[in-house]
Design a protein around this ligand. Structure first.
Ligand code: GUN
Length: 294
């Protein structure tokens, strides 16, 4: 079997079109949703993610307050900027790009963000609400994965989903979202990680495999059941002298081999990546609606 490619760019485009219409409607009511963006330091991958987020904001008509700070920024300076954004009514969502440079305390910074503006869904209050199945901002990458599955017609209800990776940003929240007793949930979830003995033993049983390990070739064809759905969250830079930038992006899945066995698969790039940004826009628009009771 050759897998159907799940086109993240196309699904993201559809959702962004819906969001742009919603932004226009809000503007007619005098509301312009706004996102505050904070990038500290010069990490090239973080810079490119943040620039893509800022561009996406402008494309759908959001206000954005972009702050690129030097790696020497102190904890107090960073907290002061977060507090300023908490108090600014033009800003409905605050995004602090992670990881932060050494010396800055990530958990203290996340805790300082007003939970009602925490469009990344990283504040402990939102994490707790999500686990309890209450209304919360869903973290963008796992939310994007669920949207891709739903919009591609994948039946999650009753499926066995195996997640490879247990990060706070992807693996842990995604496991919670897929097991919720609600639409987009009701899966049986297994989480594998670096200490799992024989990951293939679990992935071969899976209807849906989600690779979020951060390492190329973590998922090979022998680890996939014929016809399974494979979602690749990995974004790994591989040196490649033939490319202008000197690298190319690959996921965690051996795409060429796995696509001959899977039923559906996401590519890298053009899979989960565009969905992450899209769900950030979604959460920002949602936050603006909530702030104005619309
Ligand atoms: N670093 C990697 N992914 C993310 C994300 O979704 N949000 C933020 N703020 N930082 C990240």
């Amino acid at each position: 079997m050759t897998a159907r490619i799940i086109d993240g760019k196309e699904i993201a485009r559809q959702i962004r079109t819906e969001l742009a219409e919603e932004v226009q409607r809000l503007k007619t009511l005098g509301v312009v949703p706004g996102l505050g963006v904070i990038l500290v330091g010069e990490d090239p991958a973080s810079r490119s993610y943040v620039m893509a987020k800022e561009k996406a904001c402008h494309e759908i008509g959001l206000y954005s307050d972009d702050n690129h700070l030097p790696a020497t920024t102190s904890q107090e300076e960073l907290l002061a900027l977060v507090r300023r954004m908490n108090a600014d009514p033009r800003i409905n969502g605050i995004l602090v790009q992670l990881p932060l440079p050494k010396g800055l305390d990530e958990s203290k910074v996340l805790l300082a963000i007003d939970p009602d503006k925490d469009v990344d869904g990283f504040h402990p209050l939102n994490v707790g609400r999500m686990v309890l199945g209450e209304k919360a901002f869903m973290p963008c990458t796992p939310h994007g994965v669920v949207q891709m599955l739903c919009r591609s017609g994948v039946v999650i209800d009753g499926a066995h989903a195996v997640i490879v990776g247990r990060s706070n940003i992807v693996g842990k929240p995604l496991a919670n979202m897929l097991m919720q007793k609600s639409p987009g949930g009701n899966a049986t979830v297994t989480v594998c990680h670096t200490r799992t003995r024989d990951i293939g033993r679990y992935t071969r049983e899976a209807d849906i495999v989600i690779a979020a390990a951060g390492r190329p070739n973590t998922i090979t064809a022998d680890m996939i059941r014929e016809g399974a759905v494979v979602i690749d969250v990995g974004v790994n830079r591989i040196e490649d002298a033939s490319r202008k930038q000197g690298f190319r992006l690959v996921g965690d899945v051996d795409f060429e081999a796995v696509k001959e066995k899977a039923g559906m698969i996401t590519p890298v790039p053009g899979g989960v990546g565009p969905m992450t940004i899209t769900m950030l826009l979604h959460n920002t628009v949602e936050s603006a609606r909530r702030a104005h009771n619309l």
